[in-house]
Design a protein. Structure first.
Length: 383
């Protein structure tokens, strides 16, 4: 098992209506902010809730929402220019992964002369103090929010890259379960599948340690309560709060361990073809578990016992199959695509995405030593 190096930097606030306290929290780092939000939040009324919390505290801000379907370098450049021109004291980011990744890049480069393309290609790293950042994940999970790396898409090539930032970039991570109530059942379902995947990958990674194991197991326990209607009489915590808690825990697990092949491929497929990471991860998850069952069956079985404690009396093989079947049943129940070909992607396109993923340093922390050929085999199984 890998050694533990614990450097989780931001304060974490999790609870219903915590967004209403945003202005109070933001005053700790300044009174002039850039608010980076996913444009869809305006349609849902979420942007208004966030801006009201800032206005009530007398905080000056401007909104940036010119965000496409992915976290691209050209968007980072545009947002960075506006932030510098406005001389902001901090950035508040609300949305899914792409929004948070753009905001993190802006904060990392704000006080630095490093060019964004030198940044993503590893030719130079910002060494100046980063701008203060407050993250509000509206989808409850982000596998990079507690790390010092950012996945960004090179706008010139549509290739996924990993950039390293300063320590302590994010000052506050605010998880508000009420922000997910506007999501559709399918969106929440795909998101939940991704949370399962994050926890499982962190648990199976070569970088796993006792701390990440504990968090992964707790994530599965919370998901077990959230997904099992039989617990409704004994567990009074609302489902959306349980999902927010499990999403936060899975993000912590991924930060203290590492993501795995399904999440890595989802990143590269999203970069190339703008397909939802949660949707791709949902499809790849059961196939990833099947692959890992060949060498880490006992750990997969243990995860199942945390989702359904009664399965502890079953054999290792039965527990493994139960977890794999659970993920497939959820796809069917939610009427989500079950194969990668259902996403209108060809094998040739997916091969290119696998090649992109194989070039990333995250390949060094997979459940076992893996190559691009192993990623391609996973894609073939899921195709």
């Amino acid at each position: 098992m890998a050694d533990l190096t614990f450097r989780i930097s931001p304060n974490i606030v999790l609870g219903s209506f915590t967004t209403s306290r945003l202005g109070q929290f933001a005053l700790a780092w300044g009174k002039k902010y850039m608010l980076i939000v996913d444009p869809v939040l305006k349609e849902l009324g979420t942007t208004e809730k966030i801006t009201s919390a800032l206005t009530d505290r007398g905080i000056d801000f401007f909104i940036f929402d010119a965000i496409s379907e992915t976290a691209e370098t050209k968007t980072v450049d545009q947002a960075l220019t506006l932030a510098r021109q406005a001389h902001v004291q901090g950035v508040i980011a609300a949305g899914g992964g792409k929004t948070l990744h753009i905001a993190r890049a802006v904060c990392a480069l704000y006080n630095s002369p490093v060019d964004v393309y030198d940044f993503i290609e590893g030719r130079a790293s910002p060494e100046t103090e980063p701008l203060a950042l407050i993250c509000i994940p509206t989808t409850s999970r982000d596998s990079f929010i507690f790390t010092d790396i950012i996945p960004l898409i090179d706008s010139r090539s549509r290739r996924i890259t990993i950039a390293k930032t300063q320590q302590g970039l994010c000052k506050l991570a605010l998880f508000d379960p009420n922000l997910t109530v506007t999501l559709s059942e399918k969106q929440i379902g795909a998101m939940t599948q991704e949370v399962i995947c994050l926890a499982a990958e962190a648990y199976l990674s070569q970088k796993a340690n006792f701390f990440s194991d504990m968090i992964s197991e707790k994530t599965m326990e919370l998901l077990g309560y959230a997904l099992d209607e039989n617990h409704s009489l004994t567990i009074t915590t609302p489902q959306n709060e349980l999902l927010a808690q499990s999403g936060c825990m899975a993000s912590l697990a991924a930060a203290t361990s590492a993501i795995g092949p399904a999440s890595l491929l989802a990143l590269s497929i999203n970069a190339r073809y703008k397909v939802s990471r949660a949707l791709t991860t949902s499809i790849l998850l059961p196939h990833m578990l099947e692959t890992c069952a060949g060498f880490k069956a006992d750990r997969i079985a243990n995860l199942m016992t945390h989702i359904q404690p009664e399965s502890a009396r079953n054999s290792t093989e039965e527990c493994v199959q139960s977890l794999i079947e659970l993920t497939r049943q959820r796809l069917a129940k939610l009427n989500l695509p079950a194969r990668l070909k259902d996403l209108a992607l060809s094998m040739e396109q997916l091969t290119q995405a696998a090649e992109d993923a194989a070039q990333l340093p995250l390949m060094n922390t997979m459940p076992r030593s893996m190559t691009g050929d192993d990623l391609f085999e996973l894609i073939k199984k899921a195709f």
